[in-house]
Design a protein around this ligand. Structure first.
Ligand code: RI2
Length: 311
């Protein structure tokens, strides 16, 4: 069997969720594009073509988190802008732009951790779903700031990313409780949950949130019990395509993640990886630009993605 190319390996790792979490996926993809820059090419035009082919492959690896196309499209935009440069100069400029972009995402994460930690109060019981690096950074910062918090993690079936959250939080010394996904409603009451804090895969222009399957049910429970439902996300996860009317594709993953193949031969098994939480259930969105109401998503999009939207 022939050896996989570096790019194909990255695509395979994202598909198999060896690399996961909306921000990590985006940063890993642009780093793979940086490596494409280094491959043999006689002129700038052929690198531009290689980058554009790589972008297409990377974007097809997972369909829902908009951070991936946003990041990749931005690098393609820069490559188009610089396509008249001689090959050596083109490589240098693009590579440093990619590194700057990746560093900016790290900074955004750090900024959100600080802003997010301010929204947490001493003694808070916080429920989170799945594993969001952004959420983890906020919780760890709040703990480091001396806030005595307790975190309730859902399992997040079928892939149990909740276990990753439990490991991270307990590793930081934070008191953590693990519950099954269907225990959310009961646990909110019994454990006296003060806040729900989740990450995002995509935020739409109308403020709707697309996040790990089960998120929208948690939002409904929070609304019913008058608990704040807070989203933490880098602006990279806001969807410019949604401004133009596109609907976000919800990834359907292999059903073997839910039940072994052939176990129920006559049954249709479904495995949607994400769901949509209506903006009206969201109390606030924490971004690197500060805390905004979901209704402000359109304005943030216009500000941030002007280069793509041409509005
Ligand atoms: P960060 C994850 O999806 C979860 O839905 C999480 O809320 C979101 O990405 C954002 O993660 P998956 O990749 O970027 O586990 O905050 O399917 O790490």
């Amino acid at each position: 069997m022939s050896k996989m190319s570096d790019l194909d390996e990255t695509v395979a790792a994202i598909k198999a969720m060896k690399v996961r979490g909306a921000l990590d996926i985006a940063v890993t993809a642009v780093k793979a594009m940086d490596r494409v820059l280094a491959v043999d090419a006689k002129d700038t035009e052929s690198i531009v073509r290689k980058l554009s082919a790589a972008a297409k492959k990377l974007k097809s690896s997972r369909p829902t988190a908009v951070s991936l196309p946003n990041a990749v499209n931005y690098i393609i935009y820069l490559s188009e802008k610089n396509r008249n440069l001689p090959v050596k100069e083109f490589r240098r400029v693009l590579s440093s732009d990619i590194k700057r972009f990746a560093a900016e995402q790290e900074k955004a994460l750090e900024k959100i951790a600080g802003i997010g930690a301010n929204t947490i109060e001493d003694g808070d019981v916080i429920l989170t779903h799945c594993n969001s690096d952004t959420v983890m950074q906020i919780l760890k910062k709040a703990w480091k700031d001396g806030k005595n918090i307790e975190v309730v993690c859902t399992e997040s079936r079928p892939r149990y990313q909740g276990h990753i959250s439990v490991e991270e939080l307990t590793g930081a010394g934070i008191p953590t409780i693990l519950i099954i996904d269907s225990a959310v409603h009961l646990s909110m009451k019994r454990l006296k949950v003060d806040k729900v804090l989740v990450g995002a895969d995509t935020v739409c222009a109308n403020g709707d949130l697309i996040n790990k399957i089960g998120t929208s049910q948690i939002a409904l429970c929070a609304k019913e019990q008058d608990i704040d439902f807070i989203v933490a996300t880098e602006s990279l996860k806001f969807s410019p395509q949604s401004v133009m009317g596109s609907v976000v594709e919800i990834e359907e993953r292999d059903t073997s993640e839910v039940v072994e193949k052939g176990r129920f031969p006559k049954v249709r098994v479904m495995n949607p990886a994400f769901d949509i939480t209506d903006a009206e259930y969201i109390s606030m969105i924490i971004t690197e630009y500060g805390v905004i109401p979901p209704q402000a998503a359109y304005h943030l999009l216009k500000e941030k993605f002007g280069w793509e939207l041409d509005l």
